[in-house]
Design a protein around this ligand. Structure first.
Ligand code: ZN
Ligand code: ZN
Ligand code: FE
Length: 763
């Protein structure tokens, strides 16, 4: 008997070749009906004998195209209309736009074959793509995702490309950025002054020549410019460091092929999968040897490696055959440059040559940075390939915008039961980053036709994002920083409170107006309680302490010994020590902080690893790496004393004094570093046992430390707890906006049911 069904599909079903897949499947089974894009996803009607319809539904879910994902499938039986053929219907784009924008996708194998096939019309064409790969987020100007709404609008499809674009059986059916050498974007090689040296493929060949000779090439990539230099050439890499004024922070490298990665680094199955994934991030890999020049990642046992992810990168790397440094094309602290004139203006003093093209970049998207742990990903910087993929979250009828934190800012919005976290935007101390932030807010609101019912921001009154949020004229939810870190991890894993969170980072504003950062917060159904925290110590110089670990060391020793502290352990002159002690005693710019990040800094300084940071987190990184292959389970003594004056039971202060005293008497740096990490992991278990929640969340910038994370996970499991840590959302402040969204939703839902307290504010 003939039946007809309507199938509503929600998920990642647009811009991934989903309709041609449906068309092909319906054709194969001989079904009548149609498929159409809808604002919520895709709607299909099919008509045939019932068993065939069942087969269709089954295969719809099992045979999906590579990047498609079905989040929800609705089935409805309707009256047959006698349709015998299957068609792809033209979309009408009325109604709410809830359709998702896809992240940019690395070049697929089919496109790769074409660009290296001398008989293919796209041979050596650097802008080849199809529905399974190519730019998305970096070229979209507006929704719906049609060519006219992308930066490809200026390129008229030639006849052959149009035929592919309109053929439902072609891999390029409605591939919005599709192009070929006849109709698409083209390359040019420019001098620093902007005059063209070469065009088309000759531009690429000449750029490769420049790199071979040790030159620095600015390459207009997918989401912005990159600076490239031969990674085997010490002098060339050192020159790039000097010109970029980036002296020690590790550079990432791009390798021509996986085989070369495997000769240079240890690569596990999951790491191989990450390198070759459609997101194609920078993966931190343990180094083995190879020919990478020393200044690429000095003193670092890991190397950030990525594989080519656009045809342009593939062609260039194939031409070169050796690894290149591929670092963001920006001036220190600024967002990466996305257009040609700006590149010449900003990078003219750095790069010798500019390999550019005429496909505009709609917004900057940095390379993402990840590492692998326990057969899964751990995100450090979330941008290309991952943003703006959504996170499911219960929003009810709320629409929230969250503005994030000060460092590593990313913003987020949430409505229609999903949260969307923006790409990494940068540190807001920089004006250019703040500009980018403002554009991202506009961008997000326009794209998603968001009419926010509330905004969420950090509790810190001086964050640029907080001040911006105050002026939005919306009810404002101010969210404590470490609470946001924990909620971010809960939202990512879709787990429910109650949990105990260890939120450890550099600094965050506490509800008591002091600096927090070594926090154990119990998150309940509403709000949180501060169960335990590091005994605060002074940070002479305030924010300067983040750059100078020796300042944290002085603060720590002062808290331990007063003004008779062991001066020989400090990398200051006698006079400097006197001045700093005076400042601490009088409380002049020496705030008390319970910061785990600064405790790491202090220990690194005290054992002589690092006194001044050349980049954020350097001292803590060196302390992690100083462990080498040390094998020990030993810990330092650490106690928890009750919070004085607190009437509730169990709240504790973590006393690190005997640990520091023990560290001062050590002589083996490697063992000290290992025992310090062991102690902190054991501390988490101790507090977990006091609090008694079975679910433990590990969050905050300190958990970017792979060793700390591994040790904490292992010890928690051994003690019978279930640890959760960040995988797809950064543990650092790049994940804060998602936690703010979640806090705002908890608060508004709570408030609508009671008259509970809020921090609402109209700017
Ligand atoms: Zn492709
Ligand atoms: Zn064409
Ligand atoms: Fe933080």
């Amino acid at each position: 008997m003939i039946e007809r069904r309507r199938v509503s599909v929600e998920g990642i079903v647009q811009g991934v070749g989903f309709r041609p897949f449906v068309y092909g499947l319906a054709g194969e089974l001989g079904l009548g009906g149609w498929v159409i894009n809808s604002p919520q996803g895709v709607v299909i009607e099919i008509e045939a004998p019932a068993p065939l319809l069942d087969t269709f539904i089954r295969r719809l879910q099992s045979d999906l195209p590579p990047h498609a994902a079905i989040h929800q499938l609705g089935l409805e039986k309707i009256a047959p209309v006698g349709e015998k053929t299957f068609t792809i219907r033209q979309s009408n784009h009325q109604g709410q736009k809830t359709t998702l924008i896809l992240p940019d996708l690395a070049t697929c194998d089919d496109c790769l074959r074409e660009i290296f096939d001398p008989h293919d019309r796209r041979y050596h064409y650097p802008f080849t793509n199809c529905t399974h790969c190519g730019p998305r987020f970096s070229i979209v100007n507006a929704l719906p995702y049609d060519r006219a709404n992308t930066t490809m609008r200026g390129f008229m499809l030639c006849e052959r490309c149009r035929a592919e674009y309109e053929n439902p059986l072609d891999r390029r059916f409605h591939a919005q950025p599709t192009a070929c050498p006849d109709c698409g974007p083209q390359l040019a090689l420019l001098t620093r002054k902007g005059s063209a040296l070469e065009t088309y493929y000759d531009a690429l060949l000449a750029a490769a020549d420049g790199l071979r000779r040790g030159g620095i090439v600015a390459l207009k990539g997918l989401g912005g410019f990159q600076l490239l230099v031969d990674a085997r050439n010490s002098d060339a890499v050192a020159r790039l460091r000097a010109l970029k004024a980036r002296y020690e922070k590790p550079f990432a490298v791009m390798m021509p092929a996986l085989s070369q990665v495997e000769m240079t680094c240890q690569v596990s199955d999951i790491e191989r999968a990450l390198l070759q994934s459609a997101a194609a991030p920078i993966v931190l890999l343990r180094r083995l040897g190879g020919d990478i020049a020393q200044p690429v990642a000095p003193g670092n046992p890991y190397l950030g490696v990525m594989l080519p992810y656009t045809p342009l990168h593939h062609l260039l790397m194939a031409e070169l055959g050796f690894p290149v440094v591929a670092t963001s094309g920006n001036r220190s602290g600024e967002p990466i440059v996305t257009d040609n004139p700006m590149a010449l203006a900003k990078l003219g003093g750095i790069a010798d040559l500019f390999l550019v093209h005429n496909r505009p970049i709609a917004r900057h998207v940095d390379d993402s940075v990840v590492f692998a742990l326990e057969d899964d990903i751990v995100m450090l910087r979330r941008a290309r390939g991952y943003a703006p993929a959504p996170v499911p979250i219960q929003t009810g009828d709320q629409s929230i915008i969250a503005v994030g934190a000060q460092q590593k800012n990313a913003i987020a919005i949430a409505h229609h039961n999903r949260a969307i976290l923006s790409q990494h935007l940068g540190d807001m101390d920089n004006l250019a980053v703040f500009d980018t932030f403002r554009r991202a807010v506009d961008d997000f609101e326009t794209f998603h036709e968001l009419e926010p019912t509330a905004a969420a921001c950090d509790l810190h009154p001086d964050y640029a994002a907080t001040r911006y949020a105050e002026d939005m004229g919306l009810p404002l939810v101010r969210v404590q920083h470490h609470y946001a870190h924990i909620l971010s991890c809960l939202a990512e894993h879709r787990i429910e409170a109650p949990v105990l969170g260890a939120a450890w980072d550099g600094t965050g504003y506490g509800t008591d107006g002091t600096i927090w950062g070594g926090e154990f917060l119990r998150v309940g159904e509403h709000g949180f309680t501060r169960e335990a925290y590091l005994r605060p110590f002074p940070l002479p110089g305030g924010d300067l302490a983040a750059r100078e670990p020796r300042r944290s060391a002085l603060g720590l020793l002062y808290a331990l010994y007063g003004k008779d502290l062991p001066r020989d352990r400090l990398a200051f002159t006698a006079r400097e020590i006197d001045l700093l002690i005076t400042a601490v005693e009088r409380g002049i710019n020496a705030p008390l902080a319970s910061s785990m990040g600064r405790l790491f800094d202090a220990v690194a300084a005290l054992i002589g690893l690092r006194q001044q940071n050349a980049f954020e987190g350097q001292a803590a990184m060196m302390l992690e790496y100083a462990q080498g292959s040390a094998k020990t389970d030993e810990c330092y003594p650490i106690e928890i004393t009750p919070v004085t004056g607190d009437q509730t039971t169990g709240k504790g202060i973590i006393e690190w004094k005997s640990m520091i005293a023990a560290i001062l008497s050590e002589s083996d740096v490697q063992m000290t570093a290992a025992k310090f990490h062991n102690t902190l992991a054991a501390l988490i278990v101790t507090v977990a046992q006091r609090v008694g929640e079975p679910k433990i969340v590990l969050t905050g910038g300190c958990f970017q430390n792979r060793s700390l994370l591994e040790k904490a996970i292992r010890q928690l499991r051994e003690a019978g707890f279930t640890p959760y840590w960040h995988q797809r959302i950064p543990a650092n402040d790049g994940g804060i906006a998602l936690g703010q969204i979640s806090a705002a939703l908890r608060e508004t839902n709570h408030v609508s049911g009671s008259s509970g307290q809020t921090h609402k504010h109209r700017g």
